[in-house]
Design a protein around this ligand. Structure first.
Ligand code: AMP
Length: 211
């Protein structure tokens, strides 16, 4: 199954993606994680992306389309993938459709995690992320150890209030219209209430996918 996970920053995409992927028996792919790893290593991709990411702006479509094509052709994604935050503009939605088609595949569903802005601001202000495996945590402190890999928890620069405000604006302007594009495209769209415990939200997503 090829699934796009969609939602505002802080909706819980990074938390839900591995859980949904595990239930479906496929891996996840998150462009945010690919980009953060490149920034940390100081590769040309990371150098190009860093300023956009720090401001909370979108990285240019050409960069994301390149990552999409490179990653999707890897054998580990051949049986399907949960795409976390990979499609954030209409050109990216078109690029994803074309990249999958060139591999003889198609998108099976789009899952939209729905959440009000005041809940997002609350979540972002208490979010840390593992500097090694990128797992996000809520309510854990900078410097603590990651439950997954033992890495050190850090604060994301783009979780500071100014960058969060900008990311929400960018979402409304560039990413929200992608949902209408998918509605017109006829792909199965599951809109799920993302407020609640992590396990409850995962159950809602899995039920919506089965419908
Ligand atoms: P995320 O970890 O998904 O919140 O992504 C962090 C940042 O990486 C975003 O605020 C963007 O700057 C950049 N980014 C990640 N995925 C994309 C994408 N599909 N299109 C454009 N920029 C992206």
């Amino acid at each position: 199954m090829n699934i796009v996970l969609f939602g505002k920053p802080g909706a819980g995409k990074g938390t839900q993606a591995p859980k949904i992927a595990e239930s479906l028996g496929v891996p996840t792919l998150a462009t945010g994680n690919v980009l953060r790893a490149a920034v940390q290593k100081g590769t040309p991709l990371g150098l190009e992306a860093k300023a956009f990411m720090d401001r909370g702006d979108l990285v240019p479509d050409s960069v994301i389309l390149g990552i999409m094509r490179d990653e999707l052709s890897k054998p580990e994604y051949a049986r399907g993938v949960v795409l976390d935050g990979v499609v954030r503009t209409i050109p990216q939605a078109e690029g994803m459709r074309d990249a999958l088609a060139s591999l003889g595949r198609k998108l099976d569903a789009v899952v939209s995690l729905d959440i009000p802005n005041d809940e997002i601001v609350k979540r972002m202000s208490s979010r840390t992320v593992c500097g090694t495996c990128q797992t996000p945590f809520t309510g854990r402190n900078v410097g603590e150890r990651c439950d997954n890999c033992g890495g050190t928890l850090q604060r994301r620069k783009d979780d500071e209030p100014d960058a969060v405000r900008n990311r929400l604006k960018v979402y409304d302007a560039q990413t929200a219209p992608v949902l209408d594009w998918y509605r017109r495209d006829g792909v199965k769209l599951a809109e799920v209430d993302a407020v609640g415990s992590v396990d409850d939200v995962t159950s809602r997503v899995m039920r919506a996918l089965e419908r």
